[in-house]
Design a protein. Structure first.
Length: 417
C-alpha cells in the first residue's frame, strides 16, 4: 500500500531535467506517429535506440534501414526494458502498454506513455531550438498549451522580441560584430535576424537613418553610440567608426553596427567589414531592405512594371554631374528607357534633371520625390524632369529622400500621389 501511494500519479509538477543519452540504451515500444515524432531527437542526442514493434511507419523504417537504430520486428515481451535508461511506450495494445509501464516502474526506468500521461513516470516537453538554446515546456497535461508557449518563446528568441543576451564570455575573449541593415526606417522593416542580433547586443553603433525607434526598446545596459557623433580628430569619420567597432569588439562585446537600408548599398558596409577582417575580428553581415526599392514601394511606386519598365538603375547623386569626383555616366543614363532611382540627390536634383534633359531624356518624364519614406513623416512630391528642381526647392524637401524618374511614377492609383 505504501509502495503504491509513493508512486501514485499526483498533481505535483514534474521536475525538469536534461537527459544526456549519448550511448545509453533507450527502448521504444511501438513505431507509429508518436515514435516517428520522438525518434529524431533521441537519435540526435546519440541514444542507443532499440525499437520493438511488429510494423513501422515508412520514415521509422528508413531510420532502421539507415542503421540509426536497431529494430526488432515483434511485439513487446516482459524483460525488454532490461538495461534501458529511458523508455517510450507507444504501442496500440493497452495491455502491453500497462505491462511495460509496470516493468519500467519495477526496473526504475523513466518511461513516457503516449496513451496515458497520468500513468507515466515521465513526460515529454514541447521542445524547440534557437541559436544553441533548447526550450522545453511542460504544462502538466495540456500539450497544446505547451506547444503554444514553446512557439512563442522560440519565435521571440528568433526575432529578438525576447531579449536574451549571451552572458558567458566569448571564446578567445574577442567579441563579434554584426553589420545589420536596418531597413528604410519603419521599425517593422528590419529582418528577423537583424532584430535578434540587436536584442543580443552590448553595444550598438547607429546611423541617423534606419529604424531609430528600435533603439528606444533596448535595455538600459546597452551602450548606444550615434555614429555621427564619434569624434574623429586626425582620422576620417569612417576610420573613427571602424576604430570604435574594433575597440568594442576587442573588449569582448557583442557589437551591432546598425545601418539604414542595406549595408552594401551606399552604406560603406564593405569598408567596415574589411577593417574588421584586417584585425581578425569576426563579422556577420545581415542584409537589409534598401530604401532604393522600399521607399518608392511605400509611396505606391513599383520600380518595374510590366509593359512600362524592364529595368531600374540606382544612382547616387551626392556629387553634381559636372563634378570631377562623379563616377556616374549621366549621358548613358539619359539614354535608358527604364526607371532611375536617385539616392542622396536632393541638393543636386536641379543639375541632375537638367543634365538628363540635355542628353535626351524627355522634359515631361514623371518624377516623384519621397521624403522620409516608410516613417510617419513620409511625404511625396510629384513633378516632371523639367520642374523637379524648382519644386523641390519651393516645397522645402529635405534629405533623406528617394527620387524616382520614369513612367512607373504614374502607374499607381491617383490616390497614392
Ligand atoms: C547613405 S545612403 C544609404 C542607403 C541605404 N544603405 C539603403 O540601402 O537604403 C542614404 C540615402 O538613402 C536614402 N534613404 C534612406 N532611407 C530613406 C528613407 N526612409 N526615405 C527616403 N530616403 C531614404 C536617401 O536618399 C538617403 O540620402
Amino acid at each position: 500500500m505504501a509502495e503504491h501511494a509513493e508512486h501514485a500519479p499526483s498533481a505535483a509538477p514534474a521536475y525538469p531535467v536534461g537527459l544526456r543519452l549519448a550511448g545509453r540504451r533507450v527502448v521504444v515500444l511501438g513505431a507509429g506517429q508518436v515514435a516517428q515524432r520522438r525518434l529524431p531527437a533521441l537519435l540526435a542526442a546519440g541514444a542507443d535506440v532499440l525499437l520493438i514493434s511488429p510494423s513501422a511507419t515508412p520514415s521509422v523504417e528508413a531510420m532502421a534501414e539507415a542503421g540509426e537504430l536497431r529494430w526488432e520486428r515483434r511485439r513487446y515481451r516482459e524483460g525488454d526494458l532490461e538495461g534501458a535508461w529511458y523508455a517510450l511506450i507507444t504501442t496500440d495494445d493497452d495491455q502491453a502498454n500497462q505491462t511495460a509501464s509496470a516493468e519500467a516502474e519495477a526496473r526504475r526506468v523513466w518511461a513516457v506513455r503516449s496513451d496515458d500521461a497520468a500513468a507515466a513516470s515521465a513526460w515529454t516537453p514541447a521542445t524547440g531550438r534557437s541559436e544553441g538554446v533548447t526550450v522545453a515546456v511542460l504544462t502538466g497535461q495540456d500539450p497544446r498549451r505547451s506547444a503554444a508557449v514553446r512557439d512563442a518563446i522560440v519565435e521571440g528568441l528568433r526575432d529578438g522580441s525576447l531579449t536574451a543576451p549571451h552572458y558567458r564570455a566569448r571564446p578567445g575573449g574577442v567579441g563579434r560584430v554584426a553589420l545589420v541593415g536596418g531597413g528604410p526606417g519603419d521599425p517593422d522593416l528590419i529582418t528577423v535576424r537583424g532584430r535578434r542580433l540587436l536584442a543580443e547586443a552590448d553595444v550598438v553603433i547607429a546611423d541617423r537613418l534606419g529604424p531609430r525607434d528600435l533603439l528606444d526598446e533596448l535595455p538600459p545596459h546597452v551602450q548606444v553610440i550615434d555614429a555621427a557623433k564619434i569624434p574623429y580628430g586626425r582620422f576620417m569619420a569612417q576610420e573613427a567608426i571602424n576604430n570604435a567597432l574594433i575597440e568594442h569588439a576587442r573588449a569582448g562585446k557583442a557589437v551591432v553596427r546598425l545601418k539604414g537600408g542595406d549595408p552594401y548599398v551606399f552604406g560603406r558596409g564593405m569598408e567596415e567589414a574589411q577593417a574588421l577582417a584586417e584585425q581578425g575580428i569576426p563579422c556577420t553581415v545581415v542584409p537589409g531592405i534598401s530604401s532604393s526599392v522600399s521607399v518608392p514601394g511605400a509611396a505606391g511606386i513599383p520600380v518595374t512594371h510590366r509593359g512600362v519598365s524592364h529595368e531600374f538603375t540606382v544612382v547616387s547623386g551626392h556629387v553634381p554631374p559636372d563634378d570631377p569626383r562623379s563616377l556616374v555616366d549621366w549621358q548613358a543614363l539619359a539614354a535608358l528607357r527604364g526607371t532611375l532611382v536617385l539616392l542622396m540627390s536632393v541638393a543636386n536634383i536641379g543639375a541632375i534633371a537638367a543634365t538628363l534633359i540635355r542628353h535626351g531624356r524627355s522634359a515631361g518624364t514623371p518624377v516623384a520625390v519621397i521624403q522620409e519614406g516608410t516613417t510617419a513623416a513620409q511625404r511625396r512630391l510629384d513633378a516632371t524632369l523639367e520642374t523637379v528642381g524648382e519644386r523641390v526647392a519651393a516645397e522645402g524637401i529635405r534629405p533623406p529622400a528617394v527620387i524616382v524618374i520614369g513612367d512607373v511614377v504614374t502607374v499607381g492609383p491617383e490616390t497614392g500621389r
